[in-house]
Design a protein around this ligand. Structure first.
Ligand SMILES: Nc1nc2c(ncn2[C@@H]2O[C@H](COP(=O)(O)OP(=O)(O)OP(=O)(O)O)[C@@H](O)[C@H]2O)c(=O)[nH]1
Ligand SMILES: [Mg+2]
Length: 258
């Protein structure tokens, strides 16, 4: 994707668009100041975006909730552990026309949101996901995770035919109504691949863009083997799932190119 150099600016009298940034957090108190402060709220406002930051406290045993509140974030409590559970709770209260996501571990570039939102609006994308699996990011991901991410992504592409390079990226930017138009059931880490495959299969206009991926700070929460196996199971279950009316959804592809 070509880098966009122009920033759209808000003209006087223009209405603000609303953006909800939803961040799942399990014992991420030490990372939250860096993560929340990296959201470029003032720049987004100048571009016409009113931003709310929602931190979903997933039954943390540290000060995650208190630290998030002290940073001005809205705190949502999700007592049922699980990455997917956290997102279900966060999306329920997100009020923005657009929702953006990312981990609370300093890996995802929230500072790139102005650029990502510009791409979303200028290219009329409904669901945007991001690709971390580039050579430049190699040092930020363990070799075993890189291999697992490539393998899961290849299988996901084979089953869902959506061409997405990184089925496991946790940064998505999408119009709120997309969430109302998909049926995402995963409560754990498989939520990430499921929302992508559900949105693309439902026929929303989608785009995958490269992002910078940074070193994880703090304790790793992922359980590589059980989470990987659960992802595998979910891919097959989802691919052959029947919709409520007994038909499989059509495989219409609406991959946008920039
Ligand atoms: N794994 C996991 N993460 C959770 C849970 N609840 C909230 N989270 C948050 O979800 C995000 C994803 O978890 P990570 O441990 O970063 O998982 P990952 O990004 O797949 O793996 P890393 O490569 O270690 O970053 C983090 O912000 C966690 O704090 C949970 O129950 N399990
Ligand atoms: Mg992470």
């Amino acid at each position: 994707m070509a880098l966009l150099s122009r920033r759209s600016r808000l003209a006087p009298g223009d209405a603000l668009n609303t953006l909800s940034i939803v961040i799942p957090a399990l014992n991420e108190a030490p990372n939250l100041p860096t993560v929340v402060d990296s959201v470029p709220t003032a720049e987004l406002k100048a571009m016409g975006w009113e931003t709310e930051v929602i931190v979903v406290d997933n039954a943390s045993t540290d000060d995650t909730a208190a630290v998030a509140a002290s940073l001005g974030a809205k705190v949502v409590s999700q007592p049922a552990r699980g990455y997917g559970n956290a997102y279900h709770a966060g999306f329920r209260v997100a009020k923005g026309d657009v929702i953006a996501t990312g981990d609370a571990d300093c890996t995802y570039p929230f500072d790139a949101l102005p650029e990502l939102l510009l791409t979303l609006t200028e290219h009329d994308v409904e669901f945007m996901t991001t690709d971390r699996l580039r050579r430049e990011n190699r040092s930020a991901m363990k070799t075993s995770h890189t291999i697992a991410n490539h393998a899961l992504s290849a299988l996901s592409r084979a089953l869902f035919r959506n061409g997405l390079r990184d089925s496991q990226s946790g940064m998505w930017v999408f119009r709120r109504y997309v969430w109302d138009g998909v049926d995402v059931l995963s409560t754990g880490m498989a939520f990430s691949q499921e929302i992508k495959n559900a949105a693309t299969r439902a026929g929303f206009r989608y785009l995958e863009v490269p992002i910078e991926y940074r070193n994880r700070q703090g304790e790793v929460k992922l359980n590589a083997l059980p989470d990987g196996m659960a992802n595998l199971r979910q891919l097959f279950e989802h691919r052959f799932r029947r919709t409520a009316d007994g038909r499989r959804p059509s495989r219409e592809r609406r991959h946008t190119t920039v």
